[in-house]
Design a protein around this ligand. Structure first.
Ligand SMILES: [Fe+2]
Length: 248
């Protein structure tokens, strides 16, 4: 069995048995995939470690792609390994980060993964925590109710893929003739983004790349998160938030 859900942002209540009773019939050979903004690797606190231990105890294997809201400094510390045809980082033995530009073979189907996203609530800027006037700026911005983030604390440039990750993605897809079963991303391609009806969602280099994937790839379903809604667009583009849907 493979289920997919949207952003969790460090809150895993939806995986409690009362909300997700299907897990009674699942084993560690079954998967739930989170479409980015996992948020479970954030502050490294004791509370967070206990939470990750609880995720490990769930009856299924939990997979996630990155969103824009991840602590990329902490994520980078986990070693990379090969798993089912692609590169991963193991946060716990059964809590697994699926890296960008990879293809994984799960239950006989091919899944292309391309996490990442551009934060869209940061129009007032990114503060540098090492700047001399950081404290003053921070208090000022908070007081104004500004929409801002702090570099390396609440925002990381790695939220968007690097040139190497785009290159890896193209090579991976080339290798399998751009033919997959499922595409798992955090963001939507441009043409789908335009249908969401919210003008604050702008095109960027990642959504441009995902549009290129539409033009070249064959796939059954494309599942993504980020936009905090549950909707199906153009029959095979599935935007997920708190819903958990079965794809296999
Ligand atoms: Fe997001």
């Amino acid at each position: 069995m493979i289920y997919v859900t949207g952003d969790t942002h460090g809150d895993f209540e939806r995986f409690q048995e009362e909300y997700f009773p299907e897990q009674k019939n699942m084993t560690k050979d079954d998967f739930v995939i989170i479409c980015g903004d996992f948020g479970g690797v954030w502050d490294g606190s004791k509370r967070e470690r206990r939470q990750l231990d609880r995720l490990e105890q769930l009856p299924f294997t939990l997979l996630f792609v990155s969103g824009n809201h991840e602590n990329f400094d902490r994520l980078a510390k986990y070693p990379v390994e090969e798993w089912n045809g692609g590169k991963i980082q193991r946060i716990r033995p059964h809590v697994i980060h699926l890296l960008r530009g990879q293809v994984f073979q799960l239950e006989g189907r091919l899944f292309f993964t391309m996490g990442g996203g551009k934060s869209h609530d940061i129009e007032d800027g990114i503060l540098n925590p090492f700047a001399q006037d950081f404290q003053e700026q921070y208090v000022l911005y908070r007081g104004m109710g500004a929409r801002f983030r702090v570099n390396h604390r609440t925002w990381w440039k790695e939220e968007l893929p690097s040139p190497q990750e785009y290159q890896q993605a193209r090579e991976t897809l080339e290798h399998i003739n751009w033919s997959v079963d499922y595409i798992i991303t955090h963001c939507a391609p441009n043409s789908i983004l335009d249908q969401l009806g919210d003008r604050s969602y702008e095109h960027d280099q990642l959504t441009d790349f995902l549009e290129e994937v539409i033009s070249k790839a064959q796939f059954r379903y494309w599942l993504f998160g980020h936009y905090h809604d549950n909707r199906i667009l153009d029959k095979r583009y599935v935007l997920l938030w708190e819903q958990i849907v079965r794809v296999l």
